[in-house]
Design a protein around this ligand. Structure first.
Ligand code: ATP
Length: 280
């Protein structure tokens, strides 16, 4: 039997000091004939060891918000029209491209839905993981290779020595996503932004990847921003949730509070569209 209520499967831990803070962010896409106000005065924050889920229907501005953190929205047509994104006392919308380059992948990393678009098809996967360290940490080739191998092992890739030398097309979707996670985490970022990291995978592999992300977060104490359509995933993995609609935050709070007592009709409708989850 299914009902329309999601039951969160875990309690919400204490909020920690924010590592990343988005404050009043507004983002437009200026097209020839019109302007899309994709993100409107969005504020959110995430602390070390905490998972913040960002949910909302398609087109609600989740990805545009996430990409803004590293200024990865395509400009043009993207224009950042307001707000601040604070990381370690710096406003990421104001720092130089050089500073931002040093932060990307090192302090703040991202994992996307489709690893095929993020991985270089012409480079061995191990080399791609190692490149992050070569680029950001300036370590020797041998050190980077050893760390990349360890990272492939850590994300649960079987026979990592062999996989290291393979190209993305030789790996399954699940293994490719593990490589992406290794690439994101090898630099030991303080913030991981995961945008629909399991959507392209089949259901059993989705579960494995989510479990992996949760385990890695616990081990390394990262702040995680998880963008997803799947409120079941939110109930199981996130501490707090931000609900977006039409570019705005309509509701936010601890997952259990928001899911048990949604204040907004929009949140209620999202929850109503989600099959019941059994408590763990
Ligand atoms: N590069 C772009 N050029 C023009 N419009 C864009 C661009 N990227 C996003 N938009 C628009 O901005 C709005 C927010 O899009 P966004 O991708 O952030 O939504 P989303 O909530 O992440 O959706 P989904 O869940 O489908 O990924 C949408 O109206 C979208 O069409």
């Amino acid at each position: 039997m299914t009902t329309d209520r999601v039951t969160p499967a875990r309690t919400t831990p204490t909020r920690t000091t924010p590592v990343l803070e988005i404050d009043g962010l507004s983002v437009d896409f200026r097209l020839d004939a019109s302007t899309v106000h994709a993100v409107q005065s969005v504020s959110l924050q995430v602390g070390a060891g905490e998972t913040l889920a960002v949910v909302g229907e398609s087109g609600s501005g989740k990805t545009a918000t996430a990409l803004s953190v590293l200024r990865l929205n395509p400009a043009p047509p993207c224009v950042y029209t307001g707000g601040e994104i604070r990381f370690e006392g710096r406003d990421l919308l104001a720092v130089s491209e050089k500073e931002l380059c040093a932060i990307r992948g090192h302090d703040i990393a991202m994992v996307f839905q489709d690893p095929m678009t993020s991985l270089d098809p012409l480079q061995r996967v191990g080399t791609q993981v190692a490149e992050v360290l070569r680029h950001h940490r300036g370590v020797s080739r041998a050190e980077a290779a050893a760390a990349a191998l360890a990272a492939l092992d850590e994300v649960g890739i079987p026979d990592p020595e062999r996989r290291y030398r393979q190209y993305p097309h030789e790996l399954s979707g699940g293994l490719r996503q593990r490589v992406m996670i290794a690439t994101a985490l090898v630099g030991r970022p303080r913030v991981l932004i995961a945008d629909e990291p399991t959507t392209a995978l089949d259901v059993t592999v989705q579960r494995q990847i989510l479990d992996l992300l949760v385990a890695l977060q616990k081990r390394h104490g990262m702040a995680v921003v998880l963008i997803t359509h799947d409120l079941g995933v939110v109930a199981e993995t996130a501490d707090r949730v931000v609900v977006m609609n039409a570019g705005r935050v309509v509701e936010s709070g601890d997952v259990m509070d928001v899911f048990d007592h949604p204040a907004e009709d929009y949140t209620r409708r999202l929850l109503d569209a989600t099959p019941r989850l059994e408590s763990a």
